[in-house]
Write a protein that binds this ligand. Sequence first.
Ligand code: FAD
Length: 446
Amino acid sequence: MRRDAAPVAGAVGICCGPHCGAADHGQASGMEQKPSVLVVGAGIVGLCTAWYLARAGADVTLVDRDGPGEGTSSGNAGAISAGSVAPLAMPGILRQVPGMLLDPKGALHIPARYWPKALPWLWRFVMEARPERVEKIAEALAVLLNGAEDRHLEILEAEGALDLIERNGQLYLYHNPAHLAKDDAAWALRRAHGLDMRVLNRIEVLELEPEVSKTYGTGVFLPQQSHSVNPLRQARVIARGVERMGGRILRGSVSAVIAEERRVTGAIVDGTPIRTDHVVLAAGAWSAKLLAPLGIKVPLESQRGYHIMLPTPGVMPRRPVVPADRKVFITPMEDGLRIAGSVEFGGTEAPPNPARAAMLLEDLARVYPQADMRDARPHWMGHRPCLPDSLPVVGPVKAWPGLWCAFGHGHLGLTGSAPTGAMIASAMLGPKPNTDLTPFGVERFA
Ligand SMILES: Cc1cc2nc3c(=O)[nH]c(=O)nc-3n(C[C@H](O)[C@H](O)[C@H](O)COP(=O)(O)OP(=O)(O)OC[C@H]3O[C@@H](n4cnc5c(N)ncnc54)[C@H](O)[C@@H]3O)c2cc1C
């Protein structure tokens, strides 16, 4: 990494042409010198990417305007859902759009003031629900997510923090078999991609989670899925690992990436240019703003979500419990019970909406009427970085050698972070991955 004021000619010596930016060029140079990489964004995706890059021998600098993992990545539901390959837009989604627009209490809501901004995005989202697209998206997600848990365990084992992951499965709740049947297509798709799932009757639900209310008579148990008991601690552990391997973590705001002679050579951090061989954009829901000046438009939307923590709830499931109609996760964390969910459009600037957060406690009461909510902590809000095809943007930017993307993981950013980091590191530094990154390319929006 170089902090300097003047452009450095030929700063990136490992790339051979204007359409490069891909795999073997990092490896071809012989690597006498460690390539320098600036990772923009220290959310869980940037952290895991920095971790794998540092482990592969890169000279890594990670920059964030906040502390590591303190944004969206701190407050998620903790679910590591490697089998969640069904996109959000499934066939039939069009029928749900009126509810999204008009029902303020729906699991997904778009306030009227945001309709003009959201509608073009929603249109693309609905178009992605065609059966042939859904199949392709699921295939791509399976490539990214299968093995996600192993990648998380690999990092946490190296950092001596395996206690962060609990492997007790996840339990989805339905009112009855007819209610479950509404999600048949999504479950069938996940099962086709290898998800181990067991449909349970009420007695079997109670064997797993004895305190679930009688409203829920049917369950789907996913024994192979796991969860993090503290996503913020997990992020901090990984940050320490990056530093242990020689990486630097800076506090600063990136106003632009530096582009010269059709390649990216660094970024401006708090007004100061930092020169590096590669820049990885992992700025979550804010990533599109940094791409726009390069002429790259990405339909990235924040799907705002909330959580409420109950340090002493009086009930404690052993695993994430998910009332499927509300798409809410009730997750046992090491510091209490976290009720996380709600999908709200509204952009990154508008203040949180306390009414959306309060609905989470109503959702909890439907599953656990006996829960003690008196010491609920103030609500938290975060920004899921979402693309209409439910796929993140991961890999090199063909038009701008030196620039890489790692953002847009939507509802699965904790799950997808570790495999994304591993994929970026091997695409940049080798060994050349078997994975075809084309479905994740930013070029798909061109
Ligand atoms: C309520 C809720 C529940 C969720 N539950 C789950 C779950 O159970 N499982 C799961 O897998 N996923 C879940 N998610 C999704 C997951 O949390 C996100 O996908 C993930 O945190 C995104 O990580 P990220 O690193 O891409 O973004 P972020 O965590 O948002 O990190 C981006 C970072 O970039 C920094 N940044 C942005 N712009 C700049 C700039 N210009 N200069 C410097 N720094 C910048 C920000 O400060 C931020 O720290 C949930 C999300 C929510 C909201």
